[in-house]
Design a protein around this ligand. Structure first.
Ligand code: G3P
Ligand code: CA
Length: 269
């Protein structure tokens, strides 16, 4: 269906699996996007960073300690920064055991492995460039990988891809390199500043504690860089009643660790 023009009714609210179905499965793993897929959730959100030797990897924190067994495997390598480890070293780590024994053996995926899996699952992707200030030039590398995996085709950029970041400069770079790719700025800019963000962001994706019905009205009154109504997804909302409230205020998407629960609540509302 065609996207609504500015000022017209929005499409149904989208449920996005935050770091995959991360309430159940270890975040930012292939297992977590597979669980989202099994739940019938087509939109997933994941974070991308870069290893010491230039491999793009799916990981939220800028160090490996919380979500892998890196401290055990490499006890002398504190503070275990992603950027201090080669891909070969990262590939040895267990990224699932911390979540429960049943997930032991899950690995940190490369962006390439990850794109292959979401493609197989026919999922749609909100890809976050995490801490872009740590990884100069990462935008071009990500776009190259997206192109290689078919995610910059006309249909893909229209229907199934958003690149988001807390880094406005990073998103400006993405928009400059590939103006057709949809982008999402993570944050809650002042209403007066929204037009400046709408020059390079199709979405303003805000923490749910920072928004209101009035804020959504201000966002929706604007058009993004593709001439479509500016959208706003919100994070991280695991309480179904809160998700329904935010949808009622005008949220276009709910980013959640519990996508099954939230999708059902939104359907029933
Ligand atoms: O998608 C929004 C959310 O992922 C931003 O916060 O810290 O979970 O990456 P964080
Ligand atoms: Ca994220």
């Amino acid at each position: 269906a065609a996207e609504p023009a500015a000022g017209t009714a929005a499409a149904p609210v989208v449920t996005v699996a935050h770091r995959g179905a991360s309430a159940v499965a270890p975040e930012n793993t292939l297992e977590a996007v597979d669980v989202a897929h099994q739940m019938g959730i087509d939109w997933v959100e994941n974070d991308v960073q870069r290893s010491k030797d230039g491999e793009l990897v799916i990981m939220h924190d800028d160090n490996l300690a919380r979500t892998t067994n890196v401290e055990e495997v490499y006890p002398d390598r504190a503070p275990w920064k992603v950027a201090d480890f080669t891909w070969k070293e990262i590939s040895r780590l267990d990224a699932g055991g911390w979540k429960g024994e049943e997930w032991a053996g899950a690995r940190v995926p490369t962006l390439k492995q990850y794109m292959k899996r979401v493609t197989q699952n026919r999922q749609k992707l909100v890809l976050e460039i995490k801490k872009p200030e740590l990884y100069p030039g990462i935008e071009k590398e990500i776009l190259t990988e997206l192109r290689r995996t078919g995610w910059l085709s006309r249909a893909a950029v229209r229907n199934k891809l958003v690149v988001q970041s807390f880094g406005a400069d990073s998103l400006r770079t993405v928009h400059k390199l590939r103006p057709d790719v949809k982008t999402g700025f993570l944050g809650t800019p002042a209403v007066a500043d929204l037009p400046a963000y709408a020059a390079f962001s199709d979405q303003i994706n805000s923490h749910h504690g920072t928004v209101s019905a009035d804020y959504y009205a201000a966002v929706h009154a604007l058009e993004g860089p593709h001439g479509k109504r500016l959208e706003s997804y919100t994070w991280t909302v695991d309480d179904p009643a809160r998700a329904v409230e935010l949808a009622g205020w005008g949220a276009d998407g709910i980013i959640t660790n519990k996508p099954d629960v939230i999708a059902e609540a939104l359907e029933d509302a």
